[in-house]
Design a protein around this ligand. Structure first.
Ligand SMILES: [Ca+2]
Ligand SMILES: [Ca+2]
Ligand SMILES: [Ca+2]
Length: 319
């Protein structure tokens, strides 16, 4: 919450300054000091391994901030360095796919990059969600440590951008513009707190307390230029390294008690995730934000108030 700092000289209140403006977001894989707003908190423990910090994957919370035409999205937690996929589906414009179709080589409408569409064909989002874009993040060791990011359209093949080893030989790091659309990403995998391993209800206070993980800088121009007040919906989930076995780490979260979704929604392996239908699980497996929901802090608002209008403030100061 913004606070007003009021200046008083003797008996005269001369004006109010907005609290020091929140500084620009630092793309470093941490939400600390960035002025983020909480958008979603994990609801269920992870069945993809409790990271300590390596050896597991968890999505603890989602944090957002709009700044200078960019959507900053932080997904706190961990991503195991075994090329498991963190898939971030974005519904930011009209149209898109509520049920994912195959790639164009197999009768669908999606690009073939990373083989994701052929594994997702049939996956069904909650009714209100129709994906327009997908960011795929993964890391591991294949000819050296690397972190890769793919960005593509969903529902048409208009855009495919794939970028490998964006942290120059490291599993973690920061890259202010990883692909041609200008999407930046940073990853800090140092979290050892957050949710525990299992299928029980998440400790949401612990999940909310996690400061590090994936931090994305997404230019609104890259996702169809949603306008002021438009709703953007995001469904983030961790999948296996072949896009064919969904974990139980999804934001918005799955109901407590849910284990990995696998390919059929109940943990079974089928070779694809086509049997997953998020309408079968209580709650929304997406979270939403409005472009105007997180207004920029005013930069050094100086409001000249007369003595008369601020008697209340003066009384508070005098006390
Ligand atoms: Ca940061
Ligand atoms: Ca859409
Ligand atoms: Ca649901």
């Amino acid at each position: 919450m913004k606070r007003l700092l009021c200046l008083a000289i003797g008996w005269f209140t001369v004006g109010c300054l907005a609290a020091a403006p929140v500084s620009a977001v630092t793309l470093d894989g941490s939400i600390a000091g960035d002025g983020y707003t909480l958008a979603a908190v994990q609801t269920v423990e992870t069945q993809f391994g409790d990271a300590s910090p390596n050896g597991g994957s968890e999505l603890d919370a989602a944090w957002v901030r709009f700044q200078a035409g960019t959507l900053y999205l932080a997904l706190t937690g961990n991503l195991e360095s075994n090329f498991n996929k963190l898939n971030v589906f974005i519904d930011s414009v009209a149209g898109g796919e509520n049920v994912i179709t195959n790639d164009t080589a197999s009768g669908g409408n999606n690009p073939t990059n990373n083989g994701w569409a052929s594994k997702h064909a049939g996956l069904t989002f909650d009714t209100a969600f129709a994906a327009d874009y997908l960011i795929i993040l993964r890391n591991g060791n294949f000819g050296g440590n690397r972190f890769d990011l793919d960005f593509n359209t969903v529902g048409n093949t208009g855009l495919v951008e794939a970028s490998t080893d964006i942290f120059s030989g490291s599993l973690t790091g920061s890259n202010a513009s990883a692909v041609a659309s200008g999407i930046g990403v940073a990853f800090n995998n140092s979290n050892t707190g957050g949710v525990l391993g299992g299928t029980g209800a998440a400790n949401q206070a612990a999940a909310e307390a996690v400061q590090t993980g994936i931090e994305l800088a997404i230019p609104l121009s890259a996702i169809g230029n949603p306008g002021s007040g438009d709703t953007i919906r995001i469904s983030a989930m961790i999948n296996g390294s072949n896009h064919d076995y969904l974990s139980n780490q999804v934001l918005g979260g799955l109901p407590a008690g849910m284990g990995n979704l696998g390919g059929d929604g109940t943990g079974g392996f089928t070779g694809t995730v086509s049997g997953v239908n998020f309408n079968n699980f209580a709650g929304s497996q997406y979270f939403e934000l409005r472009t105007a929901a997180v207004p920029e802090p005013a930069t050094l608002l100086f409001l000249g108030f007369g003595l008369f209008g601020l008697t209340g403030v003066r009384r508070k100061i005098k006390k």
